[in-house]
Design a protein around this ligand. Structure first.
Ligand SMILES: [Zn+2]
Ligand SMILES: [Zn+2]
Length: 123
């Protein structure tokens, strides 16, 4: 009987089980991808809810309370803006907080209106 080197053995194993290995990897990858998409989604929502609470929980302009999807973060001094809040939502709340300190909480309506007025002051 021929003695196989470990390398040959592994190669043989790979060739014989190629399909199986590929499927196993695919399953692992898909599972992992779903998992990480889910985790990112959850973290973003958790951070957004915390951020809303941190900035007072109501729109700074109309003083109304809304569903979290309605809120936007407005940089009071645009020049101080370092990061987009939407990007920071997937990071730690600590890093998010530093940027939130330069923001106010606005509802989508007030935010749009504010920037429209900024661009069209005479209208
Ligand atoms: Zn508002
Ligand atoms: Zn804004």
């Amino acid at each position: 009987m021929q003695v196989q080197s470990r390398k040959e053995y592994l190669h043989d194993y790979y060739v014989k089980n190629k399909a199986k290995i590929r499927i196993r990897n695919d399953i692992w990858y898909t599972k992992n991808k779903e998992q990480s998409v889910q985790t990112t989604k959850e973290r973003r929502l958790r951070n957004k809810l915390k951020a809303i609470e941190y900035l007072g929980g109501v729109c700074k302009h109309c003083q109304q309370e809304y569903h979290h999807s309605v809120y936007e973060f407005h940089h009071v001094v645009p020049e101080e803006k370092e990061f987009k809040i939407s990007i920071l939502l997937q990071h730690s709340f600590e890093s998010l907080k530093q940027e939130l300190d330069k923001c106010i909480l606005l509802c989508g309506n007030c935010h749009n209106y504010h920037h429209y007025k900024e661009a069209n002051p005479d209208e």
